[in-house]
Write a protein that binds this ligand. Structure first.
Ligand SMILES: Nc1ncnc2c1ncn2[C@@H]1O[C@H](COP(=O)(O)OP(=O)(O)OP(=O)(O)O)[C@@H](O)[C@H]1O
Length: 242
């Protein structure tokens, strides 16, 4: 899979080493290093502008790092984007789907890009969208659109899913349904990188979490270890108060 230099763990499917990325004068990422193990749900948390989206965009090849090394399943996301696209499902924050496509048509369209996709109707059911199967995307509520975006990340049976703000905009029932779906897919072997602002989501889903602050990893570990007896949110606020 990946070159095993000293200190790396067997079974890592993502390795980021000394990642740097700036936009003009704005330093988005400054020396980020982390590894994600196969079948792990790995959280990335941080205040707005901490560099979370930039980090996951470097994983999926959307952004080219200025410096550093990124290895995803043994591939370089910058030079091997097709290999990454075939194996890594990405939830888009702002969907670019045409309004006139129905939920089923959208998922079937994305399914057609993959050799062994999930059955769109099965996924629609798992996402709690069966009653909206034939509704046009443009007529969906914000939470329903959000569920479609999760479906698009999962339709190709990816080995890794990168989920940026997985449950933003979902009602409490839908959040629990989506959490249960992620847990079920994890049981089937999925690895997840989860960007979130919800500490309850981290506690429920994540095996480990990295706290990014001003483009750097300021803490990394199991949520319970980071919380250290306080609430995770209290620990987070403390870690991210500059
Ligand atoms: N395309 C861009 N052009 C210029 N600056 C950018 C661009 N994208 C992000 N930035 C800046 O880079 C920094 C990191 O942004 P990033 O989107 O990675 O943070 P984030 O942690 O995902 O934030 P949020 O929680 O608000 O989504 C911020 O200062 C942001 O303003």
């Amino acid at each position: 899979m990946c070159d095993r230099a000293a200190g790396r763990r067997l079974g890592d499917v993502i390795e980021i080493e000394h990642l740097h990325k700036r936009y003009g004068d704005v330093v988005a990422i400054e020396d980020v290093s982390l590894e994600v193990a196969a079948n792990e749900v790995f959280g990335i948390i941080g205040v707005n502008g901490a560099g979370k989206t930039t980090t996951v965009e470097c994983l999926t090849g959307v952004r080219t790092p200025d410096r550093g090394r990124v290895d995803v399943l043994g591939f370089d996301p910058v030079t091997q984007r097709d290999e990454i696209r075939a194996r890594v499902g990405v939830q888009l924050q702002a969907s670019t789907l045409p309004d006139r496509l129905s939920v089923h048509e959208a998922l079937a369209l994305y399914a057609s890009f993959y050799p062994d996709p999930r059955d769109p109707d099965e996924l629609i059911d798992l996402l709690g969208l069966t009653h909206r199967r034939d509704a046009r995307y443009g007529k969906l509520s914000g939470g329903e659109k959000q569920r479609v975006s999760v479906g698009l990340a999962l339709i190709g049976r990816p080995r890794i899913a990168v989920l940026d703000e997985l449950t933003t905009g979902l009602d409490p029932h839908a959040r629990r349904d989506v959490w249960a779906l992620i847990e079920r897919l994890k049981d089937d072997g999925l690895t997840v990188v989860l960007v979130t602002h919800f500490m309850d989501e981290v506690e429920r889903l994540c095996d480990r979490v990295a706290v990014l602050h001003a483009g750097r990893v300021v803490a990394l570990g199991a949520p319970s270890d980071l919380a250290g007896g306080r609430g995770l949110e209290d620990a987070f606020v403390e870690l991210t108060t500059a």
